[in-house]
Design a protein around this ligand. Structure first.
Ligand code: IMP
Ligand code: MG
Length: 420
């Protein structure tokens, strides 16, 4: 029998309980699909962490399917802010037994992961996470190389945590996998040290075949939440190369975990802000003036969760969103940070005239129509017009709107109105 990896070691070996009997549903009810996927539609920092946390009680397993310590998912619990980098954001779900998985496509910095776990332990938060044995280990060499390039003129402005160099070395068959660190033979000094560190965290981290875990849970009827890091605009292939990070497309989940499902079964939910931020270099349509950006940054706390860098801010671009929604296979949209936009007195957005917006590096000249979304001053007063117009522009169903960083500050959107 496949071992059931769970937060509660006593339950290992027992069958996971299907969430149909879950008693812990929070206010934010989401699709009944067995698998749900959360993906960012812009350039990261759309509030995916908050949304995962808000819907977490509906699920049994939380799977990070891409990225690494470059991610920063901010979650507020009991008025305290947590910045998670590698631990899946479902950690705060109300269920006693939960399975946290870091999948095969992920890049893992074991030292930072242990620090993250220690930080959670100091607040009495129980953590038990399974790292896939195929995951790439970020080495100190990768971090050093990334740091050397990070701030050099002409660089793309990475987070400096070693992602690019680790991916390059993986392709060169030079990097270590999590399985290598776990082995007793052919250790380097670094992997030996990491193995000792893992021994200290033995009861909280395991290196395992998570493909087996995920498929076992799938067959047992558990509900799985796949959590994306970074976003479609930063995808290595579909993002705006070379200003990109790693693979972010939800379709990769199927190959990562060898799942015999169609993309439609993954119930993909795209998360977007009503404005856009970018923390590194690269194209930013509708980039705000320094003055507007400064205001937005303060209202929206738009500073990198991983690097602390001030994020660049831009007005919403439907040119960017429309293809991102299409190619990711998004089935519904959650709009976050509407309260932040409410504080602004400007709301421009853009779309291509009369046709399908396209990717372009110089869209300013091609914006034939510049549609301005209606203004509102507070969410209860006029924002429904904004959301219904936006829905038309992006041609995709918005189902929930988040209007604050606390749990419960979400409202369903249906029949062109908020369901307060
Ligand atoms: P890297 O992922 O550190 O290699 O950085 C590549 C690009 O992706 C840079 O522009 C980063 O700022 C950006 N990036 C990577 N991870 C995130 C994230 O979690 N949020 C926002 N931007 C990110
Ligand atoms: Mg972030």
């Amino acid at each position: 029998m496949v071992r059931h990896w769970a937060l509660d070691p006593a339950s290992e070996g027992s069958s996971p309980s299907p969430s149909t009997i879950s008693l812990f549903r929070r206010k934010m009810k989401i699709s009944d699909s067995q698998c749900v996927t959360i993906v960012g539609l812009q350039y990261g920092d759309e509030g995916k962490g908050k949304i995962v946390d808000a819907i977490a009680d509906n699920f049994d397993i939380f799977v990070r399917f891409n990225g690494g310590p470059n991610a920063g998912h901010t979650i507020y619990k009991d008025n305290k802010q947590y910045k998670l980098h590698q631990i899946p954001s479902g950690i705060f779900s109300g269920k006693e037994i939960k399975t946290l998985v870091i999948g095969p496509e992920c890049f893992v910095d074991i030292k930072k992961l242990c620090q993250e776990i220690s930080m959670l332990n100091t607040d009495n938060i129980k953590v038990r996470v399974a790292i896939d044995e195929r995951a790439t280990i970020i080495s100190c060499i990768d971090i050093q190389k990334d740091q050397e390039k990070k701030d050099v003129k002409g660089s793309i402005g990475t987070t400096g945590v070693g992602m690019g160099p680790a991916a390059a070395r993986r392709c060169m068959r030079e990097s270590h996998t999590a399985a290598d660190v776990n082995m007793r033979i052919n250790q380097t000094v670094e992997t030996y040290e990491l193995k000792s560190l893992l021994n200290e965290f033995r009861s909280q981290i395991d290196i395992y075949d998570t493909v087996e875990i995920v498929n076992h849970h799938l067959n047992a009827g558990s509900r799985i939440l796949f959590e994306g890091a970074q976003s479609i605009g930063l995808d290595l292939i579909h993002g705006e190369y070379p200003y990109v990070s790693q693979r972010c497309m939800p379709a990769n989940i199927l190959t990562s975990f060898g799942m015999h499902k169609s993309l439609r079964d993954m119930h993909i939910i795209g998360v977007m802000k009503p404005y856009v931020t970018r923390s590194g270099a690269g194209f930013l349509r509708g980039e705000m003036s320094d003055q507007d950006a400064a205001v937005m940054r303060i209202h929206g706390n738009e500073f990198g969760a991983t690097t602390g860098r001030p994020r660049r801010c831009g007005w919403l671009s439907c040119c960017q969103l429309y293809p991102a929604i299409n190619i990711s296979g998004c089935q519904e949209i959650i709009l976050t940070k509407l309260d932040i936009l409410a504080e602004s007195d400007k709301y421009p957005t853009c779309k291509e005239d009369g046709g399908i917006p396209i990717y372009t590096y110089e869209p300013e000249t091609k914006w034939i129509n510049r549609a301005i979304l209606p203004k509102f001053n507070d969410i209860k007063n006029g924002a429904n017009k904004f959301v219904s117009e936006l829905q038309k522009h992006i041609n995709a169903p918005i189902t929930w709107v988040s209007y604050g960083h606390n749990r419960g500050q979400e409202v369903a959107w249906k029949n062109n109105d908020f369901q307060w």
